[in-house]
Design a protein around this ligand. Structure first.
Ligand code: URA
Length: 264
């Protein structure tokens, strides 16, 4: 890849196998793969960025992992307090590779719906906000099709730090992070929770689920109605499944006594 090169198609998004600074290049490779999977067909690369890459990396600061679930207080009084604690959390390995923590955002005061995804991706890790990449854009469209603005609902994830290479968070990571989500739900008090995809549902329910079978069937999360549906990333990969996801969201609206607005 040369300086200021323009990558014209998804097929060009791979990097050469020979790399010098493996960690960094692996991150870049996975970011490019992520962009390709999300449908990117063109990416501009700045010369200054490539020059920066050519420099010797600084030695990594050692982060001490304190795997201790009791390190999370169980009596947060505000969402801000939860977010502040998340921002310094070192309970699992994900803290070593994150850029930002992604606690969640939206209406924290009894919204109709709280969407729960699996964990931040590359773009979310950079911005510190949930669902802002390609999948997030689709989620935003889904929310708007239901007649809401993002800010009227709450959006969060099971894990608050990006798993490297966008891998699925492992069971231990989900379990260690769950106290944050549980307390967020307790403070936010959404009328309905929508679980986005099998991993989010696994995190919420504490056991693996088959999302294809479970979607569209009401579940319970500590007394709150929980609707499982497909993850927007899956819908981007298989748009034929959007119909089913929309049917699930209409069940949610019906439960709230609402109908989707007429399409413009
Ligand atoms: N996928 C998720 O599950 N969560 C995000 O925040 C973004 C993508």
């Amino acid at each position: 890849m040369t300086a200021d090169s323009t990558i014209e198609s998804g097929d060009d998004l791979g990097l050469a196998a020979e790399t010098t600074y493996c960690g960094l290049l692996e991150d870049i490779e996975s970011y490019l793969e992520y962009q390709r999977d999300e449908g990117a067909v063109r990416l501009e690369v700045d010369r200054a960025v490539l020059e920066e890459l050519a420099k010797e990396p600084e030695p990594e600061a050692e982060v001490e992992i304190t795997v201790d679930a009791t390190a999370i207080p169980d009596d947060f009084q505000t969402l801000e307090a939860v977010s502040a604690h998340i921002s310094t959390c070192t309970n699992c390995e994900l803290c070593k590779t994150r850029t930002s923590t992604v606690p969640g955002e939206g209406c924290g005061d009894g919204p109709d719906i709280m969407f729960v995804g699996e964990g931040p991706g590359a773009e979310e890790d950079v911005q510190g906000r949930p669902f802002v990449g390609k999948a997030g854009q689709l989620l935003t469209k889904m929310i708007e099709a239901m007649g809401y603005e993002r800010s009227q609902l709450y959006i969060a994830n099971v894990v608050k730090c990006r798993p490297p290479n966008n891998r699925k968070p492992v069971k231990e990571e989900m379990e260690l992070c769950l106290p944050y989500l549980r307390q967020q739900i307790g403070l936010i008090k959404p009328k309905i929770i929508v679980g986005l995809g099998g991993t989010a549902m696994e995190g919420l329910l504490g056991h693996p689920v088959g999302i294809t079978r479970m979607r569209g069937v009401w579940q319970d999360y500590e007394g709150i109605k929980l609707m499982p549906t497909f993850h927007p990333s899956y819908l981007l990969r298989d748009p034929s499944k959007k119909k089913e996801a929309w049917a699930d969201l209409k069940l949610v609206l019906a439960e709230l006594g609402k109908e989707p607005p007429a399409r413009k």
